[in-house]
Design a protein around this ligand. Structure first.
Ligand SMILES: *Cc1c(COP(=O)(O)O)cnc(C)c1O
Length: 377
């Protein structure tokens, strides 16, 4: 048997007719940039998420940067970012010239710890930078603790940016991911919960002024048109074929995939409980399961597990092997390692298993059998 970490081919086979038809239609019309599928998708996704504006762009990283640009965040500003996330969440802060201050995460949900956030805000109050915003990440598909984080951003007058790159389709207390920030973003990278066939991203907000600014920034800072340029922007757009792919996938995603992966997680959980630390989803949360990530007892146990599973033909991944504060790219900021006990421990003990909406029960069974054999429990 061969395993895929995330089997995008099986997904294509399941909805081949819709995908082929939608892509062919774009080719027939030859409207590759700014075709009508792009605005159709933006309208659909804004309604789905429950916010006023959806602005698509080239990828999830640009989406984050566009949000920071709309807020005028740059030199002299401080932005708080979880220490355990994909590099882009912190990278964009430095890219606009501001300073990322990393915040330790909760050791159960792996999301930004509200207590650690407040501690870091108080710690930087004596520094020269001006705290402006918090980027909260919905890691592995579960929304961050917005009840608590919102109290803190209100208290310290900070803007909240939700990085929902891994959580499109997830919910908390009935409210959809990408609606919790003053601005929220997502990514349509192929392996994300709602992925296209290349790169893609989107920005969500209820604020008319920010929406207008972002629509300008992503088309070279356009004024009344593309050749009237009123600010320095960038070129960041979702091409029409990618919008068509997402439109073709939408029904399957909402009506089948999101439901199936809930059952898949329950199945994995019941088989793995007591063998490894299974994922913790907080009460009221509905995850879109970008990753199924478990914790083992030691780095040694993880190394053995990765290599044993590999021998059995089972791919795994480590998200993330290095916390943000130890990335070489951020060395100039000289973060203190003592502030990040949870991120440090997670980065040496987490492992993500094959997980996608087209997995079969016997595949889960086999993977778990190999895990038990490797760990000896
Ligand atoms: C994937 C990802 C991004 C970046 O998205 P791209 O589309 O790859 O640029 C940003 N933040 C997080 C948490 C991600 O997982």
């Amino acid at each position: 048997m061969t395993f895929e970490f995330r089997d995008l081919h099986r997904q294509y086979v399941a909805i081949k007719d819709e995908i082929d038809c939608r892509i062919q239609s774009v080719i027939d019309k030859a409207s590759f940039i700014h075709g009508e599928e792009v605005s159709e998708l933006e309208k659909l996704l804004a309604e789905y998420v429950g916010v006023k504006h959806c602005i698509t762009c080239a990828n999830g990283t640009d989406a984050l940067e566009l949000a920071l640009m709309a807020w005028g965040i740059g030199e002299g500003d401080i932005v708080f970012v979880p220490d355990f996330t994909f590099f882009a969440s912190g990278e964009v802060v430095s890219a606009v010239g501001a300073v990322p201050v990393f915040v330790d995460v909760d050791k159960e949900t792996y999301n930004m710890s509200p207590c650690a956030l407040e501690r870091m805000i108080v710690q930087v109050e004596s520094s020269k930078g001006r705290p402006r915003a918090v980027i909260a990440v919905d890691l592995f598909g579960q929304t961050a603790d917005y009840n608590e984080i919102r109290k803190i951003t209100d208290k310290y007058d900070l803007l909240l940016l939700e990085d929902g790159a891994q959580a499109f389709g997830s919910k908390s207390c009935g409210r959809r991911a990408c609606s919790f920030g003053n601005i929220s973003t997502t990514s349509f990278f192929p392996a994300k919960p709602f992925g296209c066939y290349g790169d893609g991203g989107a920005v969500f907000t209820d604020n008319d002024d920010w929406a207008e600014l972002i629509r300008s920034y992503c088309v070279h800072g356009k004024g009344s048109n593309k050749y009237d340029n009123v600010r320095i922007g960038m070129n960041s757009r979702l091409d029409t074929i990618q919008a068509a792919v997402l439109l073709a996938k939408y029904n399957q995603f909402e009506n089948y995939e999101l439901n199936f992966i809930q059952e898949l997680a329950v199945d994995y959980n019941s088989r793995l409980e007591g063998i490894v630390d299974i994922p913790v989803i907080n009460e009221g949360n509905f995850s879109s399961w970008a990753q199924y990530t478990v914790k083992v007892r030691s780095n040694h146990e993880r190394e053995k597990l990765v290599s044993d599973l590999k021998k059995a033909g089972i791919p795994t991944a480590v998200y993330y092997p290095k916390p943000m504060h130890s990335q070489l790219a951020f060395r100039e900021y000289k973060y203190s390692d003592n502030n990040y006990p949870n991120a440090n421990s997670l980065s040496s003990t987490v492992i993500s298993l094959p997980f996608h909406p087209y997995m079969k029960e016997n595949e889960v069974e086999l993977i778990v059998k190999e895990i038990r054999k490797s760990i000896g429990r």
